[in-house]
Design a binder for this molecule. Structure first.
Ligand SMILES: Cc1cc2nc3c(=O)[nH]c(=O)nc-3n(C[C@H](O)[C@H](O)[C@H](O)COP(=O)(O)O)c2cc1C
Length: 220
């Protein structure tokens, strides 16, 4: 099948677009408002952008009322956010934190997770999450769209501090991904968790390419 979005119908009972880009890691973003209220929300339109220095991005659609999301407003107000790795074990808390709530509600409490202080930024970390990125806001890219929710704010942040729970590091110094079971989004109401790993090396790899592929930074 082929269809042009906006011009033609895909003809299926469910829109396939979001399920064509999978599995999507979930940026579980914690922020703090100008009034000091803690906010937490999942964003599966999330990715790392580069590694030296590391940057991440996530894309926030407007809410159902056509307003920019609390996470976006908080980041633009305070200049800081934290990404907490979402895992299979934390799936219910991730889901609860996705509710459209008033900016006055503490979403750590709604999700039933514990606040851990960050080292360099004010937003709290989700203590139960095994990996956290402390981030400083870099820029917003705004894409216009249709309907109340179509327009998005793409938030880019520089990762200035990384926490890893050492219980999830293997004896050879890697993150133990099958034990962490990162949660990922698959379109519709479907999710997956990473539970298996296999390795491949590019034929003819040289040192510079290896540095890039392994994401070595100047600090290493
Ligand atoms: C797993 C998951 C992934 C989500 N990904 C996104 C996303 O990428 N962009 C977005 O705008 N909303 C996404 N949402 C919805 C937001 O989490 C939701 O609108 C939330 O209320 C936003 O909170 P905030 O206003 O406190 O920022 C997602 C929800 C779930 C459950």
């Amino acid at each position: 099948m082929f269809y042009e979005p906006l011009k033609q119908s895909h003809g299926l009972d469910h829109d396939p677009f979001k399920s064509c880009v999978v599995p999507r890691p979930i940026g579980w973003i914690s922020t703090i408002s100008g009034n000091g209220i803690h906010n937490l929300a999942p964003y599966s339109q999330f990715q790392n952008l580069t590694f030296d220095p590391p940057y991440v991005m996530f894309s926030a659609n407007q809410n159902t009322k056509g307003k920019r999301k609390d996470t976006v407003i908080n980041i633009e107000t305070t200049g800081e956010f934290v990404h907490n790795m979402a895992t299979y074990d934390l799936r219910e808390a991730v889901n609860k934190s996705a509710q459209e709530l008033s900016p006055e509600e503490d979403e750590f409490e709604i999700a039933g997770v514990t606040k851990a202080p960050s080292n360099l930024v004010k937003p709290a970390r989700v203590a139960e999450s095994p990996v956290h990125f402390e981030c400083r806001y870099y820029q917003t890219l705004r894409l216009p769209g249709d309907g109340p929710m179509g327009s998005v704010d793409i938030i880019i942040g520089r990762v200035v501090g990384i926490h890893i729970n050492e219980d999830f590091i293997t004896p050879d110094g890697k993150l133990d991904i099958p034990r962490i079971k990162p949660l990922a989004r698959m379109g519709y109401y479907d999710y997956t968790a990473v539970e298996s790993v296999f390795e491949m090396e590019i034929p003819g790899m040289n040192k510079d390419l290896i540095d890039g592929l392994e994401g070595r930074t100047g600090s290493k």
